[in-house]
Design a protein around this ligand. Sequence first.
Ligand code: IPD
Ligand code: CA
Ligand code: CA
Ligand code: CA
Length: 283
Amino acid sequence: MPLDLDSNARHALAQTVIRQAGDLAVGYFAHLDTLVCETKQNGQDVASEADRAVEDLVRQAVCAAFPNDGFLGEEKGFATGTSGYVWIVDPIDGTSCFLHGLRDWCISLALVKDGSCELGMVCQPSTGEFFAAVAGQGAFLNGAPIGVDRAARIDAALLGMGANFRIPVVQVTAFVAELLGAGGMFIRSGSGALMLAHVACGRLAGYYEPHINVWDCMAGLLLIREAGGWTADYPGEEGWLDGGPVIACAPQLRDALTRLVERSLERAKTLGSDQGQARGDID
Ligand code: IPD
Ligand code: CA
Ligand code: CA
Ligand code: CA
């Protein structure tokens, strides 16, 4: 069934505003040398005026059209609403790539109604790729239907993997060890949202990140489910602000990937947490 984004005024706004957001980000990307940047909690947790301006653009457009909707954005936090709708936006996912002049960044937008995600969009302006899914209506790349990789096996799989300073180093190394031991392989681009979109269209067989925020993954998880993939439960409304692990893949890999994650958590426990977080141990 073709994606009918015009069927809902919010979906139409989302489609327009995400492209405007992309254009605005591209303008900043062309002038990285003059961009004002800020370090947040540490040197790997950064943001720039581009992240804030893009979030402002989306936030203002939503607020003008739907003032009673809630809005959660990475840079400016949560504003509650009364309509039952919540917009969840990462203005630039892959900020580190963006700031280093790499093209692996995107805008990620999800619309949640009464706790359940009904619209997910991931837009990568530098390649012109626009992923969209509406609950129950499938997933699309630039308007064409997409599906997860039905042929993938874990011993031939290329999985996306994410890591950040919030999780113990040992959890990452333990997962990599388990995956490589099973004959699989991983890549990490700087954008979790994009890697999830790549799972949805079958370029990657799956994705694992021990802890990821809701603005990074809400759109991508819907894309994968609508493309026929499997996603483990992610914290609902009560836990959104805390985030959680993301495990997602083509359906035939579900058991194998779940087992790898379980084994990696056991292995991490055995190795102990004395290996520290992903920052601050070497000064
Ligand atoms: C990050 C990216 C990265 C993921 C991190 C996220 P940001 O988001 O999605 O791939 O591993 O967990 O924080 O900071 O670039 O928006
Ligand atoms: Ca960030
Ligand atoms: Ca992000
Ligand atoms: Ca971001």
